[in-house]
Design a protein around this ligand. Structure first.
Ligand code: PGA
Length: 301
């Protein structure tokens, strides 16, 4: 364990030095290259209400969708993590399962909360952190940071959600808001040696979530580029260049391909449309088509 931590620390220092010198870091220590990430956030819903047959149907649709070059992930309500995971495994789908939230403490008197260890034991490998619906319910920047650090320390991969509200967008504070959200949550995380494959940041403008209103391609591109730059201030530019920055907010099977074609977008976080097995599978297929396109161009996102 101590040796592993030392190795991770050396890795971080080497990357930092390489970044400073403007050189490409040695990738032999970390072969991971970015695949697109398509994730479904079921919120307080589940396909068919979460009945066993509905989960099996969902899993079989996903198993049939071409997934080359795409990592797929679903965030069911916590009570369904284990059965969704079994249904996916039963259907032969490689889709991973995540928790929609976690507490920053490892255990204790926190009625109604779930810990990292509990969701890991249920079969989750990922967690969402800082979704705008949780921030709207009172979650602070510091709590989001504590949750993200707890997730990483416990071995969960994490999707950090950030995004400006409509007022921020109209009064010109979008980038100030994004900077505070990203910078606060990531502060000190580089020292934990997290690899870019174990984290993603979802850009979800609050005004686009559940409204049917998708942000403009130029808005998505510049916000995702900005998020990547701020992440690079913590992790170094080379790390940040491999970070998957996702877009979320009213993504559908009709809009998925166009959003995935945006330069800075490394995947999607889908709410409403992820509840239908057919619609979500179609979005995953759009991801596979984009991945094929990128590999034909000979590059990552
Ligand atoms: P939506 O939700 O796709 O229904 O807008 C996205 C999200 O909240 O992650």
């Amino acid at each position: 364990m101590a040796e592993l931590e030392l190795d991770q620390l050396v890795n971080v220092v080497l990357r930092r030095v390489a970044d400073r010198l403007g050189q490409t870091p040695d990738r032999s220590r970390d072969e991971w290259q970015p695949a697109l990430l398509v994730a479904g956030n079921w919120k307080m819903n589940a396909p068919g209400g979460g009945a066993g047959e509905a989960l099996v149907e969902f899993a079989s649709h996903l198993a049939l969708a071409p997934q080359t070059g795409v990592d797929t992930l679903v965030f069911p309500p916590a009570t369904l993590i284990s059965s969704v995971r079994s249904a996916l495994a039963g259907a032969g789908a490689s889709t991973e399962v995540g928790s929609q939230d976690l507490h920053w403490e490892p255990s204790g008197a926190h009625t109604g909360e779930v810990s990292a260890d509990l969701v890991l034991a249920a079969g989750a490998t990922w967690t969402l952190v800082g979704h705008s619906e949780r921030r709207a319910a009172g979650e602070t920047h510091d709590q989001v940071k504590a949750k993200l650090h707890r997730a990483v320390a416990s071995g969960l991969s994490a999707v950090l959600c950030v995004g400006e509200g409509l007022d921020d967008r109209t009064n010109g504070s979008t980038f100030r808001v994004l900077r505070v959200q990203v910078q606060t949550a990531l502060a000190g995380l580089a020292l934990r040696g997290v690899t870019p494959g174990r984290m993603a940041i979802a850009y979800e403008p609050v005004w686009a979530i559940g409204t049917g209103r998708v942000a403009e391609p130029a808005q998505i591109d510049e916000a995702c580029a900005f998020i990547r730059t701020v992440a690079g201030e913590e992790f170094g530019a080379a790390w940040a260049s491999r970070l998957r920055v996702l877009y979320g907010g009213s993504v559908t099977e009709e809009s998925a391909a166009d959003i995935l074609a945006i330069d800075q977008v490394g995947g999607l976080l889908v709410g409403g449309a992820s509840l239908s097995p057919k619609r979500f599978a179609a979005i995953v297929e759009a991801g596979a088509a984009r991945a094929q396109n990128l590999s034909a161009q000979g590059g990552g996102s």
